[in-house]
Design a protein around this ligand. Structure first.
Ligand code: PLP
Length: 412
């Protein structure tokens, strides 16, 4: 973004007074559970010899039930869950892993961590993986794995996508960092592929600062994941796990990578599962209020969202069309100065959380000319966070700020 003097709003300009970066607080029940655990001191998820059931084991059991999968493992971030998932499905150093070009840095980070090679797949104009390009890249690369990121909660046509995956015999890992509780045509994300990975980082659907959850129905993947996550020989303390004889097949072959979830994190998260559906329904209402307002602003386009996509929008994306980089800078700066922080995926340099495939230069073999549509789409792609407390009045103020910002960027 170009360096310019900070803008000071004049009286008649609309200003949004809320803070879009405010996280959701921890419910009192979670605070009480965390304090109890701190008094007890048993913050490590395992005990050498214990009678009580650890919080992490209870959370895993409850989340497996919520996610509709047999097995669940808590780890210390979604990035770790993605890494553990890659290793547990059998990705070895040098293996090729297909991934959609629109995602966040922890996704290519997990592929690099596993020593694998990312094969970038293009996206379509509505921000999801381009299924024809997946078909073509799967054939050309011979990759056996797909890391499918539902980036910012956008879900592709899962019927068409899974048909391509079956045809190429791809093992699918779903990155559900933004889709906890979301689905396609009545089926939850995290249940389409071999493994689903979720984030509980502060700005996700449930908040523990850091945290990740991995779910699967495959007993060998589940046992390997528990061992990789750093269970020592204490895996019997898990409750959402396969039977102990499955661990016998893997315990001598699987390194301990120490990516465990702490008991404190689990205690905080357990209190949020019962209110997740309520939060998700607030987000849907907010999106349904704000999205049509933004769609009416000149030069802004909302993505099409198919009826079968049951998304849970904790953020909102739109595309800026027909503006120069300088005009986009003016739009962003005006919005920011008036209380609406807009993230822009087209920025030349990575900023804050936001980076792009051509910034991930550590990836071996990636050539950004491989994903021309992603380059075009990401150039105009913007993102705002939707805290679950936004009211209809807040939505109206935010859309007014964006409309005025666009006026400022495009002139009279
Ligand atoms: C799309 C996506 N995948 C994975 C992650 C990784 O989550 P975590 O921060 O829990 O490692 C993030 C983080 O924001 C993300 O946005």
């Amino acid at each position: 973004m170009a360096e310019t003097a900070p803008m000071i709003p004049v009286n008649e300009e609309t200003v949004f007074g809320g803070d879009l970066s405010t996280p959701d607080p921890i419910p009192e029940a979670g605070i009480d559970a965390a304090v109890r655990l701190m008094r007890d001191g048993r913050l490590f998820r395992y005990g050498e010899d214990r009678n009580s059931i650890p919080e992490a084991a209870l959370l895993e059991e409850e989340f497996a039930d919520y996610a509709g999968r047999k097995f669940c493992l808590g780890v210390n971030s979604c990035g770790c869950a993605l890494f553990v998932a890659l290793k547990s499905v059998g990705v070895d150093a040098g293996d090729k892993v297909l991934m959609n070009a629109f995602t966040l840095a922890p996704v290519p980070g997990a592929i690099a961590h596993a020593g694998a090679e990312a094969v970038m797949v293009d996206i379509d104009d509505d921000y999801v993986i381009d299924i024809d390009d997946l078909d073509q890249k799967a054939s050309a690369s011979g990759a056996r794995f797909l890391m499918l990121s539902y980036m910012r909660g956008h879900i592709p046509d899962m019927d068409a996508l899974m048909a391509v995956c079956v045809r190429h015999d791809l093992i699918v890992i779903e990155d559900c960092a933004h889709t906890m509780g979301a689905g396609w045509n009545g089926q939850l994300t995290g249940t389409f592929g071999a493994v689903g990975c979720f984030s509980t980082q502060t700005f996700k659907h449930i908040n523990s600062g850091e945290g990740g959850l991995l779910v699967t129905d495959d007993e060998d993947i589940a046992a390997r994941a528990v061992l990789f996550s750093g269970s020592y020989m204490l895996y019997a303390q898990h409750r959402a796990r396969p039977s102990l004889d499955v661990f016998e097949r893997h315990r001598y072959q699987t390194p301990n990578c120490s990516m465990r979830m702490s008991g404190l994190v689990a205690a905080i998260l357990r209190s949020q599962l019962p209110i997740l559906e309520n939060r998700n329904s607030n987000w849907r209402t907010i999106y349904d209020t704000l999205a049509p307002m933004i769609a009416e602003i000149d030069h802004l386009r909302m993505p099409a969202r198919p009826e079968k996509e049951e998304f849970v929008p904790s953020s909102l994306q739109f595309s800026i069309e027909g503006l120069s980089d300088e005009q986009i800078d003016v739009f962003l700066q005006y919005a920011d100065a008036h209380g609406v922080h807009v993230k822009w995926f087209g920025s030349r340099d990575p900023i804050g959380f936001t980076s792009r495939h051509d910034h991930w230069r550590y990836l071996s073999g990636h050539n950004s000319t491989d994903v021309p549509n992603a380059d075009r789409v990401l150039h105009g792609l913007c993102d705002i966070r939707l805290p679950a407390w936004l009211t209809a009045d807040d939505c109206s103020t935010i859309s007014k700020v964006l409309r005025e910002a666009m006026g400022d960027a495009t002139g009279p």
